[in-house]
Design a protein around this ligand. Structure first.
Ligand SMILES: Cc1cc2nc3c(=O)[nH]c(=O)nc-3n(C[C@H](O)[C@H](O)[C@H](O)COP(=O)(O)OP(=O)(O)OC[C@H]3O[C@@H](n4cnc5c(N)ncnc54)[C@H](O)[C@@H]3O)c2cc1C
Length: 272
């Protein structure tokens, strides 16, 4: 392999293929220190246009300039306490510019990472006494994995839940970790759901339908022993824009308010 340009300042140390279109990638800074960040924040990964694309991608409509860096934002999935590496959960956009190049990487390859991490989608935006519901579709679960790995569950006076939606069971990344957490943390409920049960190779006995539907059942009330309301709960939303719009509408109907720079609200949104 040709020597990587100097700007590619990280080395890929893990590529865990969750499904044909979802990968967990760990990168380690090449002789520099990762900055501090808050769980829920994002970083920017980049590769030059000259990087090969993965086999199952489709040709770009406008081919990328081989000499230019392609940069995209990704939510951090690793703990803010981990300084050795940084982890991301990424879905393949077949016609995209960067993801087909990321999916072609192997352990030992180089990738660029900007050294400033940022973002407002952090759990400290909710008051310390509020229960927290983390709603995601697909790779939108990544910022929540960072929050959970950074030990938010140690605050046992509050209740937490993840409602995670995906097409199929094999797309429910981090499900083993979330299931384990649920079994050891009495203040945590994990509610995965799939939208295409007809594709499952074996009978699926879990939740079916969109995350919006799960929110509208009494599953959380049963798990928590109290109904989530704007008075006791803040809701975080990350992932598919249609899910976010529908969830905001459902929540506003229940008197939740979207949190904005000048408005204190109980709905926190990360729009990709
Ligand atoms: C703050 C922030 C955090 C993000 N975190 C993550 C993350 O943790 N994991 C992750 O996978 N992505 C994340 N994204 C999206 C990411 O930045 C890229 O947009 C995505 O990876 C596509 O990049 P691309 O260069 O391959 O495709 P592009 O060439 O940029 O896009 C091609 C087309 O695909 C559409 N597209 C973008 N994302 C998707 C998608 N997921 N599914 C289908 N179509 C899509 C775009 O709207 C565009 O029309 C995040 C975005 C933001 C702004």
């Amino acid at each position: 392999m040709a020597k990587a340009p100097l700007e590619l300042n990280c080395v890929v140390t893990q590529m865990i293929q969750i499904s044909p279109v979802n990968v967990i990638i760990r990168v380690v800074p090449d002789d520099w220190e990762l900055p501090d960040f808050k769980p829920g924040q994002f970083a920017v990964l980049y590769l030059p246009g000259s990087t090969s694309r993965c086999e199952n991608s489709v040709a770009e409509e406008n081919p990328s300039d081989p000499d230019k860096m392609i940069r995209r934002a990704y939510s951090i999935a690793s703990s803010s306490k981990t300084k050795e590496y940084i982890e991301f959960y990424i879905t393949l956009v077949h016609s995209g510019a960067l993801t087909p190049r990321i999916f072609a990487l192997k352990v030992g390859d180089k990738i660029g990472l900007t050294s400033k991490f940022t973002g407002m989608f952090t759990v400290d935006k909710a008051p310390k006494e509020a229960n927290i519901v983390l709603v995601a579709t697909g790779t939108g679960v990544a910022p929540y994995i960072s929050m959970l790995r950074s030990n938010i569950l140690s605050d046992t006076n509050r209740k937490f839940a993840v409602i995670h939606g995906a097409y199929n069971s094999w797309d429910l990344g981090y499900s083993s970790e979330l299931t384990l957490l649920e079994s050891i943390a009495p203040n945590f409920k994990y509610l995965p759901t799939i939208s295409h049960p007809q594709n499952e190779p074996a009978a699926w006995h879990g939740n079916v339908g969109f995350v919006q539907k799960i929110w509208q059942t009494d599953a959380l009330e049963k798990a928590w022993g109290e109904k989530p309301t704007p008075e006791n709960t803040h809701v975080f939303l990350c992932g598919n824009p249609y899910m976010i719009d529908e969830m905001v509408a459902i929540l506003e109907n229940e008197k939740f308010v979207e949190h904005k720079p000048k408005v204190e609200g109980q709905i926190h949104v990360e729009r990709w």
